[in-house]
Design a protein around this ligand. Structure first.
Ligand code: GLY
Length: 334
């Protein structure tokens, strides 16, 4: 087992990574907790034992269940049970569960502790770490939420073997980005160490910029085109697959801007291809509408702010040249 810490002064918390760490739940529950509300989904084949009085609350499946209706349902169910601020929520699942249960914990009784037991690769290297919680509105994804740091995160790599192959690849797309955020030789590491290396990188970034006023934006590397492809809705892509294409696009854009050379672009292609992720956009691409979506990405604070590699590493860069953005699509078509 590898134990890491997200360093946030008096709100610092441990992240345990390894096979079977879900069985360490009792050790990481806050002191004095009497009752635990376990939030999960029917499809998640992972049981936890908090070692104290607990009930399981099952939320719906998929992004559609990540909404304010589910927050109300959970909070009302918890209130009827009598859950209070001295108790704890345990979210068992992927990003949909940890984002939703985390947000419900953030607002219930003005905030009760939450522990995330992350069961997907995507969740373990990204969603469960760093305290971003929230739900979707019909108007857009993650538009209502809160920063609410968990009391602990358990990344049980044993349960990853139960993931459908495409869900696993979904996580690899998010993992690939860390190869360009300072995690060396990521693809050569055994799974536990690779997950831990990504968590260590994210913990360091979150520790230095919890509320994304600057550096945390680098965690969105590959996400500007990635989000546009997801928002366009006409491409059959999982988040990690869309991010993988976004990484290649961002590398090609950085090369066209003279920030990196062809060898560095080739390194991007090698990492993404090594994870068997897509390097090109699906057929039927409409560059004009995707570029329109770039500036609507909620992470773009001013015009089109891309996260791009360069001599000083990956950093936010403003790109105003629309024809350059359009031309760069020629590098990501088959
Ligand atoms: N998923 C990006 C972040 O947590 O900041």
């Amino acid at each position: 087992m590898i134990e890491l810490e997200v360093p946030l002064a008096d709100r610092s918390y441990p992240v345990l990574v390894g096979a079977g760490v879900r069985h360490r739940l009792l050790e990481v529950l806050p002191v004095g907790v009497k009752r635990v509300a376990v939030v999960t989904q029917a499809s998640i084949p992972v049981e936890v034992d908090p070692g104290t009085d607990h009930r399981v609350f099952t939320m719906g499946e998929g992004e559609d269940a990540k909404d304010l209706g589910t927050i109300e349902d959970l909070c009302r169910d918890w209130a009827q049970w009598g859950l209070n601020r001295g108790d704890c929520v345990v979210a068992v699942g992927g990003g949909v569960v940890t984002d939703t249960a985390g947000f419900a914990a953030a607002v219930y009784h003005r905030g009760i502790p939450v522990v995330h037991v992350s069961t997907t690769l995507l969740g373990q290297v990204d969603a469960a770490i760093g305290g971003k919680t929230g739900v979707n509105l019909p108007e857009g994804k993650n538009l209502v939420g809160a920063f609410w740091q968990p009391a602990a995160v358990l990344c049980d790599t044993e349960v990853l073997s139960t993931l459908p192959p495409r869900e696993y690849r979904n996580g690899l797309g998010e993992m690939a980005k860390y190869a360009f955020l300072g995690v060396d030789d990521l693809a050569d590491l055994p799974l536990d160490e690779a997950v831990a290396a990504c968590v260590r990188c994210k913990a360091d970034v979150v520790g230095s910029d919890e509320r994304e006023s600057g550096r945390r934006a680098i965690l969105n590397y590959g996400h500007t085109l990635g989000h546009a492809l997801e928002t366009a809705g006409r491409y059959d892509l999982r988040h990690g697959e869309a991010v993988a294409i976004g990484l290649i696009y961002a590398a090609e854009l950085a090369r066209r801007l003279g920030r990196i050379d062809s060898a560095r672009v080739a390194a991007h292609r090698r990492v993404v291809a090594g994870y068997d992720l897509p390097l090109t956009v699906p057929p039927g691409l409409d560059p004009e509408s995707l570029v329109d979506l770039f500036s609507r990405d909620k992470k773009a604070v001013d015009g089109v702010t891309f996260v791009l590699d360069g001599p000083a590493g990956v950093e936010p860069v403003r790109v105003d040249d629309r024809s350059l953005l359009l031309d760069t699509f020629s590098d990501v078509v088959e």
